[in-house]
Design a protein. Sequence first.
Length: 338
Amino acid sequence: MAHHFFIQKQNICSRYLDGVSVFCCFAHFSRELQASAGRGSTRRTYLLSFSPIAGPDEYNDVKKENNYVAIQCAKYPERLIGFSRVNPLKDYAIQEIDRCYDELKLPGLKLHFSNSDVDLTIPENVEKTLELFSHCAEKGIPIVLHFRSENPEFGKRDAEIFIHEVIAKTPGLKLDMVHLGGWGGFDQATEEVISTFIEEFEKNKDLGSIVFDISGVLVTEKEEIPGILPRTTEEQGKRIADYIRALGIENVVFGSDWIYCSPADYLSYVEELLPLSEEEMEQILSNDITERMFGSSEIRHPDLAELLNTLEEGVDYNAPLGTRVGQQLKGHVVRKQV
């Protein structure tokens, strides 16, 4: 089961991360979902940084955010799989990916094209994206991608450029496309992207290991934003179900886009709005993409003591308690080595 679980220093983790019952997971099911639906079992969570970062001290802030993700994963090594985050257009991007993978032991990467102002109709953006994707593929780093950009003309052309100029030129790529390639809801642009991928898959079965999650695609009156994010119609639900089948049920994973919608609520939307059979639903909900994305069920994770010893002098980015190195940290005592 796939699920967006976002964190951000202080305002989210201090409220939610310590509550094990709210963990959500890609591989199987969250406790919250189990309580409401009685299905599955909790194993692991993909933990992603929530916030876009920009400003005069941008790279240092990016490092702090990635350090923070690593610390949370180090505290819960059996539950959390950490994904670093960078802007792929920045000069520091590959340097930070290597730092996160080699030093922080974060095994995955999250990219958000709209928040990073990536526009693949601009050749320079394609070049930067290809360089970064190739680097990740060579190191075996899977990518979780929010593909939709801010370009108002986003759609089929963007998907074609991405497939031919990036994916097809990146052997060994492991990619998770969130929101069925859109950014939530199901508009014309999202439909153009997913239909283009289906067309290209039919032509070329060797495009790499690509999965799609259905997070945020379905919208009810609770999430509806008039004029911006309309609720999902019955006809759209039928088309989404057809696209899921065309992609292959084994290539689709559940997601809710929490914190915007709980896993339990979103599961009820899927069951209500998508005309999928019980067998199809069970396969989507039980799809475990861990080995597919990472090549093994054994995944690297940070060691807390070792990790904190690599951070900047005297600073522990565990924001909820403002803990400094050498003080008690959630049951662990870690001292700075000089």
